[in-house]
Design a protein around this ligand. Structure first.
Ligand code: PGA
Length: 251
């Protein structure tokens, strides 16, 4: 049985001074849902406050990106060692906003994901097609490429620290959600593609989250699907009650 994992992706939305309050609200609102792994991925500058607020609780803290080099002349970047030192446990890698606005490629996703896993952190690797790609019949091709290149040289043992997030780009922040059947179809494709890389038995153990306008009102039907093992939550992660509603649906 794969334990469901619900992770908030705060994006560029919460200030350091606001962080402890939101984390404590999330802790309080989700503490009875013990069947779910609960994570808040925050802006890097919020991580120390988030880690302090979550200390000793069931909530894990993550980052939204990390560089692949350990240290050096990479102005503006953050290393996995810094995140470990600050107490983060998870890192989102290859979010579509990074791909769209900051030049992230499948190759850099691969470097970042391997660095994150090597550092003992859990990588939440995002994949997903744009509307144009879906409408052009390129869904399978795009997902397979993002998986095969993005997870190149990730070993079966590494998969203990790997989560994949399927986020159709057309569903992110748009209010449009993939139907449960549409999402399940792609989740099954992701698991089958992963099976070719690391073996079917290991692929069965890896959690695949859905992301894209997930809310308390649609989470249960998505999370009921066989290969949907959690959610990566943007907008609804900024209100503890909404986030907890999604966690409850996964419990
Ligand atoms: P959304 O964002 O829930 O606001 O659609 C999801 C994400 O981008 O991770």
């Amino acid at each position: 049985m794969r334990k469901k994992i619900i992770a908030g992706n705060w994006k560029m939305n919460v200030k350091p001074s606001e962080t402890a309050t939101l984390v404590k609200e999330v802790v309080e609102a989700t503490k009875s849902f013990t069947n779910v792994e609960v994570v808040c991925c925050t802006p890097a500058i919020d991580i120390p406050a988030a880690v302090a607020a979550a200390a000793g609780t069931h909530v894990g803290i993550g980052a939204e990106n990390a560089h692949w080099e350990e240290k050096g002349a990479f102005t503006g970047e953050i290393s996995t060692g810094m995140l470990v030192d600050a107490g983060a446990k998870y890192v989102i890698i290859g979010h579509s906003e990074r791909r769209q606005y900051f030049g992230e490629t499948d190759e850099t996703v691969n470097k970042r994901a391997r660095a994150v896993i090597s550092a003992g952190l859990t990588a939440i690797v995002c994949v997903g097609e744009t509307l144009e790609e879906r409408e052009a019949g390129k869904l399978v091709e795009v997902i397979e490429r993002q998986m095969n290149v993005g997870l190149k040289d990730v070993t079966p043992a590494d998969c203990e620290r790997l989560v994949i997030a399927y986020e159709p780009v057309w569903a992110i922040g748009t209010g449009k959600t993939a139907t449960p059947d549409q999402a399940q179809e792609v989740h099954a494709l992701i698991r089958a593609t992963l099976a070719k890389l690391v073996g079917a038995d290991v692929a069965e153990t890896v959690r695949i989250q859905y992301g894209g306008s997930m809310k308390p009102g649609n989470a249960a039907e998505l999370l009921a699907k066989k290969d949907i093992d959690g959610g990566l939550i943007g907008g609804a992660a900024l209100k503890a009650a909404d986030f907890a509603g999604i966690v409850a649906a996964g419990n």
